[in-house]
Design a binder for this molecule. Structure first.
Ligand code: PHE
Length: 346
């Protein structure tokens, strides 16, 4: 079934690159969602990603209580494609033009492969862009806020692991936490986890990140070792699709909670996790900090402190969902689907 409102695929007029914008839903408000610039074996894989990620944005905004819909941009780079400074600007202008042609039904934002400086270039072509640097009137880098949201989620997960302990009475100190992916969000996370005294394990496909792991006192593992490590919490902070039927039996963690989008590849995987007694915190809730922060500051004009307070509410929201799931004896995956369906009136 075609579940989306609109999908635009256009060859960038300057670069010829496929610019794919998927608007999943504007039921709750204009769609928002990041701009992913990434390599794909085939541009159609980029389309698949855009379809999945925009749908996830709808649920993310719905469950966070934002009056916003879900969309996503994917610029699908052919394998081996590299930018010059000039061609990168051109690509961003191509994105800006396509976003602008949607007349505000969709606003873009940073995502994997883009940051606030890129949003500034997009803004040269369209006002429909979040997270430009403060000098340009935006809320800047959304990654610290996403990390704040993840830390709030981890507090709720710890409370749940300690069998219903109250929030804040179940600290992260001494817990074995494994962060998979030290990118935009993961790099903030390991620093904050270190500040909380967690026992950190870290992995990234990029060996250059090993230095950061050393700085925060994390034990460096390969991604394969990390997913099989004995952990309290595994924190997926890299690409989606991590949790598969094949991977779940190999996990040796008590819980999985992280900001990577679309971690679960099918409802069956959610059931498998549940059967194994592994607590899974839905990424729709865990990863929402950046979107909540950007919306609070840029659309609702809340002061930074208020916006951060909204992000911190992720702890209570996740706690409620985990409780509901427990009462119903189902994976929180199904609880979230039910709640978003209700809010969207589907
Ligand atoms: N790209 C991020 C996300 O998917 C952050 C973001 C989204 C920021 C929407 C602002 C608006 O959540």
């Amino acid at each position: 079934m075609f579940a989306h409102e609109e999908v635009v695929i256009r060859a960038g007029v300057r670069t010829g690159l496929p610019i794919i914008i998927a608007v999943h839903s504007t039921v709750l408000g204009p769609a928002g969602g990041g701009c992913r610039v990434s390599h794909y074996a085939d541009w159609r894989d980029g389309l698949t990603d855009a379809l999945r990620l925009s749908q996830a944005m709808t649920d993310k905004c719905a469950i966070a209580g934002l009056d916003a819909g879900g969309g996503k941009t994917v610029v699908a780079l052919p394998e081996g494609y590299t930018f010059t400074a000039e061609s990168r600007r051109e690509m961003l202008h191509d994105v800006g033009d396509v976003v602008h042609s949607m007349r505000g039904r969709y606003s873009t934002a940073p995502d994997v492969g883009t940051g606030p400086e890129d949003m500034a270039v997009i803004k040269e072509r369209t006002p429909h862009v979040f997270c430009t640097p403060a000098e340009l009137g935006g809320s800047g880098d959304s990654s610290p806020a996403t990390a704040t949201g993840v830390m709030a989620a981890l507090a709720a997960v710890c409370a749940c692991l300690d069998k219903g302990a109250a929030l804040k009475t179940a600290p992260l100190k001494g817990r074995r936490v494994g962060v998979l992916g030290l990118g935009h969000v993961g790099s903030h996370l390991v620093r904050r986890l270190a500040a909380e005294g967690a026992n950190i394990f870290a992995a990234d496909v990029d060996q250059a990140r090993r230095q950061l792991a050393g700085e925060v006192g994390a034990t460096w593992l390969t991604p394969d070792e990390l997913v099989e490590a004995e952990l309290d919490i595994l924190v997926p902070a890299a690409m989606g699709g991590l949790l598969t039927k094949e991977l779940v039996p190999r996990l040796r963690c008590a819980a999985v909670a992280g900001p990577a989008n679309n971690q679960i590849t099918s409802p069956e995987v959610a059931r498998l996790l549940h059967e194994r007694g592994i607590l899974w915190a839905p990424d729709d809730i865990v990863s929402a900090g950046g979107a909540i922060y950007a919306h609070s500051v840029e659309l609702r004009h809340l002061p930074v402190q208020e916006a951060n307070a909204r992000v911190a509410e992720i702890a209570e929201r996740l706690g409620e969902v985990l409780d509901l799931a427990e009462q119903d004896g189902v994976s929180p995956y199904f609880t979230v689907r039910e709640l978003t369906r209700t809010r969207l009136g589907r």
